[in-house]
Design a protein around this ligand. Structure first.
Ligand code: AP5
Ligand code: MG
Length: 209
């Protein structure tokens, strides 16, 4: 299966991707994680995009498309992939049609008004990349899954979150219609507990297997 996870910042793409990837044995490819790793390692890509990402805007299309194209060409993607955070606009979607058109696009639906608190209370793991929320973890510094160090993303501040929501509404939301027209869009309710959202996703994917 070639799966794209679509959804606003904080809708639960990363959280669900961990579960989907494990259950269906698909490589989880998060462009956000790839960029953050580059920033942390101070690679040329990381240095170029740091300010853009921290502020909540999108990295350049040509660079992003090149990274994803190369990643999808690796052997672990020969039976499919799980893309989290790509494509994010029409240019990227058109590019993906050429090198790996998705068979299912899961759209995690939830009103933006419900997401700010999810983001400002999020803790991310440096090691396993898991996403957690301070309301649900005992130790705000230590990953409950792998024991890695938890950190607060630079773009999880109210100003950057506002910008990310604006970018999402303008550039990414139109992809819902784009994939609807291609008959590959499946929407699930993201405003439910994590396990229930996953249940809805599994129901969709089981029918497609
Ligand atoms: P990216 O890392 O993809 O960020 P995003 O799209 O803003 O989404 P998030 O990772 O913030 O949210 P999520 O949907 O994964 O939610 P999560 O599961 O963590 O991208 C970051 C940046 O990189 C972009 O802004 C851009 O600059 C750049 N970039 C990335 N891709 C790009 C591209 N293709 N082109 C150009 N630039 C690109 O959950 C969030 C919180 O909610 C957590 O605390 C979690 O515990 C909690 N939570 C999750 N599900 C539930 C639930 N069901 N109920 C209650 N709480 C929940
Ligand atoms: Mg994410």
């Amino acid at each position: 299966m070639k799966i794209v996870l679509l959804g606003a910042p904080g809708s639960g793409k990363g959280t669900q991707a961990f579960r989907i990837s494990e259950r269906y044995d698909l490589p989880h490819i998060s462009t956000g994680d790839i960029f953050r790793d580059n920033i942390a390692a101070k690679t040329p890509v990381g240095i170029k995009i740091k300010e853009i990402i921290d502020g909540g805007d999108l990295a350049p299309d040509d660079l992003t498309i090149e990274i994803v194209k190369e990643r999808l060409s690796r052997p672990d993607c020969k039976n499919g992939y799980l893309l989290d955070g790509f494509p994010r606009n029409l240019v990227q979607a058109e590019a993906l049609e050429k090198f790996g058109a998705p068979t299912a696009v899961i759209n995690i639906e939830i009103p933006l008004g419900k997401l700010e608190r999810r983001l400002t209370g999020r803790r991310s793991c440096e090691n396993c990349k898991g996403s957690f929320h301070i309301d649900f973890i005992k130790d705000a510094d230590k990953c409950p899954v792998c024991g890695g160090k938890l950190f607060i993303r630079k773009d999880d501040n109210p100003e950057s979150v506002k910008e990310r929501f604006a970018v999402y509404s303008k550039q990414t939301q139109p992809l819902v219609e784009y994939y609807e027209k291609r008959n590959v869009l499946f929407s699930v309710n993201g405003d439910l507990p994590v396990d229930e959202v996953f249940g809805e996703i599994v129901e969709v994917l089981e029918k497609l297997k």
